[in-house]
Design a binder for this molecule. Structure first.
Ligand code: TRP
Length: 329
């Protein structure tokens, strides 16, 4: 693994599941490879966000990722639209992308079904722009979730096609990078399944102490263990799973013993969990707030990121122009 590229949708609102899951791994990855992390604001436009919303979402996502440990000194963090070379590469790649294969992408078909009145050309060429994001830095690896694997597959198709077409070995076949067993899964507070943004079962990094307490006190448990050493219901087991990442081992041990002895009071368990979550979240929330409100800092970070990304991008675009025959006299 040498070069990693990852695009982040500017939707904001990271939750504990993101923080202890993918984000932890991104933070580690920064030190293991040359990393380009960017906010995919061009991609966001396919759904016609209102302009203020889009701008604020970019700010939020940046503040949240940086507050959670993404380091602009170590990784190259930039906003996609600050590196316009990506649009040229996207245009050049689109000459070898067939409409048929774009129409067959699962995400495109899904969008057409859900939103038949807004089937714009940007939606169709979304995978081409994404391939350009990745090939712009000739990424060896791309950390992606299941829903993005088909897009990455297409990226490899475009890379191979380009290489074959022009008889070069220029673009790598960017491989998916799965965090696999290192990915910690955090359950939701609703008794089953994992924590998600839309499931409404999670704690957001931006939640206040009061909101965290309220959400945790409503977490699903059960009527209490029926007899000593009886197995835990899923809801109660989930509370312990979250405790595993935020609480002291001795605290967890204490409540496990109480459960085994049928003496547990779920109210006390939840109070403890809420305080331990607050210990993790409160400092991150404060960092998010201070970064969000610091335009000068954001400007500096993004200027530096854009300049590093442009250096890598303009080299690629220049090479591709040469290869395709766009040459100066
Ligand atoms: N399509 C990705 C998503 O919806 C975001 C994205 C855009 C991306 N360009 C990328 C991810 C390049 C990885 C690499 O989450």
């Amino acid at each position: 693994m040498n070069t990693v590229v990852s695009g982040i949708r500017p939707t904001g609102q990271l939750h504990l599941g993101n923080y202890f899951g993918a984000l932890r791994n991104f933070v580690k990855l920064q030190h293991e490879a040359r990393c380009f992390f960017f906010i995919a604001d061009y991609h966001a436009l396919t759904t016609h966000d209102n302009p203020e919303q889009l701008h604020e979402n970019v700010r939020t996502v940046l503040a949240e990722y940086i507050a959670a440990g993404m380091d602009p000194q170590t990784a190259t963090i930039y906003v996609q639209s600050d590196v316009p070379q990506v649009t040229e590469l996207s245009l050049l790649l689109s000459m070898h992308a067939y409409v048929g294969e774009l129409e067959r992408t699962a995400s495109f078909k899904d969008k057409v079904r859900k939103n038949p009145s807004n089937v714009n050309a940007g939606l169709l060429t979304y995978p081409v722009l994404m391939a350009a994001d990745i090939l712009l830095h000739r990424a060896s690896h791309v950390p992606v979730g299941k829903d993005q694997e088909q897009h990455l597959e297409l990226t490899r198709v475009f890379a191979r096609r380009f290489n074959n077409m022009y008889g070069v070995e220029y673009f790598p076949e960017s491989q998916p990078y799965n965090f696999g067993s290192e990915l910690v899964k955090i359950p939701g507070l609703d008794g089953s399944g994992k924590m998600g943004k839309s499931e409404n079962n999670g704690i957001f990094l931006a939640d206040s102490d009061a909101v965290i307490r309220k959400k945790v006190m409503k977490a699903v448990t059960d009527a209490g263990p029926a007899e000593p050493n009886s197995p835990m219901s899923e809801g109660v087991a989930n509370i312990f799973t979250i405790m595993n990442v935020v609480s002291e081992p001795s605290t967890i041990e204490y409540f496990k013993e109480k459960h085994a002895a049928c003496e547990i009071r779920y109210g006390d368990l939840k109070k403890q969990l809420a305080e331990d979550i607050i210990k993790t979240v409160a400092p991150i929330r404060e960092r998010i707030e201070s970064i969000r409100n610091d335009d000068a800092y954001l400007r500096d970070v993004l200027a530096e990121g854009a300049s590093r990304a442009r250096e890598s991008a303009s080299k690629t675009v220049e090479d591709v122009r040469q290869i395709m025959g766009i040459r100066r006299f």
